[in-house]
Design a protein around this ligand. Structure first.
Ligand SMILES: N[C@@H](CCC(=O)N[C@@H](CSS)C(=O)NCC(=O)O)C(=O)O
Length: 263
């Protein structure tokens, strides 16, 4: 796939790869451990963040198939996983939060209250997940689903946008509680208002990209730079095939993954 890529796409992938160690170093200077992990079947990114001093950690969007890998990494690094947090009730894979709870006692599952899913902690706009000296603040960014959250690091240097905003794209709006008008408003009001150099980390990428910035997406995103009317028309005519796992992923995710460990 990498070999057949067009020149601009290959250049974008090289830029993204160059940014990755830079982001990790920048995070380390602040006392933050940051890892971007990948699950290749659903092309999902899982993010591990930890306070290097207190060892308290958070995982964002873990996947069932890679939960064991993530738990091993947490143990190897001597971290104390406080939260396994979902950005939303995913339709394309089963969350790893339920299984992680059984492997790492003390870890609590997290999702938005508006998702309608079970979890130990149900978040709303403005709630924060604290780990050591750091916190992830939640912004409600519905439109792909009702319960979509964007987690913003409290110094506003990183935003974990789930499926609301992807790199040069956005989440589809044709199932669950999808609404293109709502998604457009969410991205413009809750994500594009962050500082331009805030790094954007999405839940998926299908082209080999790893990171973007608010400024890049505000100016280059081919969907969200359009007017709201044009965006709605475009989203309503995507005609994408359904995610392969949707029929069993959504019911499982409403129960925190197949290991229903939610209290
Ligand atoms: N082929 C994949 C599903 C791909 C897909 O539909 N991705 C979603 C996010 S996961 S629900 C999406 O919003 N894509 C936006 C787009 O423009 O492609 C599978 O079968 O799992």
């Amino acid at each position: 796939m990498w070999l057949s890529r067009s020149r601009p796409a290959a250049a974008a992938a090289r830029r993204a790869l160059a940014l990755r160690p830079y982001c990790t170093r920048r995070a380390q200077r602040q006392g933050l451990l940051f890892r971007q992990l990948f699950e290749p079947v659903s092309c999902t990114y899982t993010y591990l963040l930890a306070d290097l001093k207190t060892k308290e950690a958070v995982l964002i969007d873990p996947v069932l198939e890679t939960a064991k890998r993530d738990a091993e990494l947490v143990r190897e690094l001597g971290l104390n996983l406080l939260y396994a947090a979902n950005t939303h009730c995913h339709a394309d894979h089963i969350t790893g939060t339920g299984l992680l709870k059984t492997m790492l006692p003390g870890c609590r599952s997290v999702i938005s209250q508006d998702s309608g899913a079970l979890a130990d902690i149900l978040l709303r706009e403005g709630h924060a997940l604290e780990f050591g000296a750091f916190a992830l603040e939640t912004r409600s960014t519905p439109g792909h689903t009702d319960g979509c959250l964007t987690y913003v690091l409290s110094d506003r240097t990183m935003a974990f946008t789930g499926d609301a905003l992807l790199i040069r794209g956005c989440g589809r709006t044709d199932f669950q509680q999808g609404s293109p008008e709502t998604l457009y408003r969410s991205v413009h009001e809750k994500i594009f208002t962050l500082p331009g150099d805030c790094l954007i980390y999405p839940a998926h990428d299908y082209t080999g990209q790893t990171v973007s910035t608010v400024e890049e997406e505000r100016t280059l995103n081919p969907r969200l730079t359009q007017s709201c009317e044009a965006f709605v028309q475009l989203m309503n005519s995507l005609n994408l095939p359904q995610p392969q796992q949707i029929d069993f992923a959504v019911p499982a995710n409403l129960k925190c993954g197949i290991q229903d460990a939610a209290t």
